[in-house]
Design a protein around this ligand. Sequence first.
Ligand SMILES: NC(=O)C1=CN([C@@H]2O[C@H](COP(=O)(O)OP(=O)(O)OC[C@H]3O[C@@H](n4cnc5c(N)ncnc54)[C@H](OP(=O)(O)O)[C@@H]3O)[C@@H](O)[C@H]2O)C=CC1
Ligand SMILES: O=C(O)C1=N[C@H](C(=O)O)C[C@H](O)C1
Length: 238
Amino acid sequence: MKIALIGYGKMGKTIEAIAQHRGHEIVLRIDINSPHLLEKEHLQQADVAIEFTTPETAYHNILKCFAANVPVVCGTTGWLEQLPAVKAQCLEQHQAFLYASNFSVGVNIFFELNRRLAELMAPQGAYNASMVEVHHTQKKDAPSGTAITLAEQILEKLPAKTGWVNETTQDPALLGIVSERTDPAPGTHIIQYDSPIDSITITHTAHSREGFAAGAVTAAEWLKGKKGIFSMKDVLSL
Ligand SMILES: NC(=O)C1=CN([C@@H]2O[C@H](COP(=O)(O)OP(=O)(O)OC[C@H]3O[C@@H](n4cnc5c(N)ncnc54)[C@H](OP(=O)(O)O)[C@@H]3O)[C@@H](O)[C@H]2O)C=CC1
Ligand SMILES: O=C(O)C1=N[C@H](C(=O)O)C[C@H](O)C1
């Protein structure tokens, strides 16, 4: 498969190594210094584009892929307010788009555990839910995209919580998400349910970026030749 890498930073380089190891060819490496490579005549060399850039640039890059008729796998976080517009454009232009706040198999299983745990906790008024996410100091967004996905799942299942805040809170109606930045930290997410009697904690710890990158390559392999809007739930049949 021919892959265009949009964003050639920590994730772009890890994806390159895994994709090449699996026999794929990287036909374009696009970073902030090579915006001309986002034009149709270059992008259409690729079977699929994998986009890991910045919150400010993801939206524009994805629309460039649609314009070139290239399916796009996107892992950039911190631009969720533009996601509905991207999905609308994808459908209108009959394109293919797969977004995940986290591509690792482990986190996608953790998402299922989180949903089920919140469901079990819904009638248990004695417990208060909270979250901690830990990432490296170069991370631009907080809370992490993964933390927002986890929070949305909890809000869907726990009627006691009506919103989330990116700090500790004494308000029982709010889910507090604490963001810690330290090095090295590829990504840790901790969900806690505390009562006066006991606590339940579930944790996912990434040991490197390999899981995210391998998942993104798997998603690209899966997306090639498809049209529509997809997620890792489709790829992993969860
Ligand atoms: N969904 C998931 O599983 C994961 C998502 N992420 C997310 O992926 C994103 C990237 O992470 P990471 O690789 O660690 O970050 P990096 O900062 O290491 O890489 C981002 C890259 O994007 C480049 N870039 C900036 N603007 C543009 C542009 N307009 N066009 C093309 N490239 C551009 C940057 O170039 P320059 O350095 O020159 O500015 C840099 O090389 C983040 O949003 C992060 O949260 C990260 C890990 C997993
Ligand atoms: O920026 C990162 O590094 C990561 N970002 C994603 C997120 O915001 O959730 C996924 C992973 O946690 C690493």
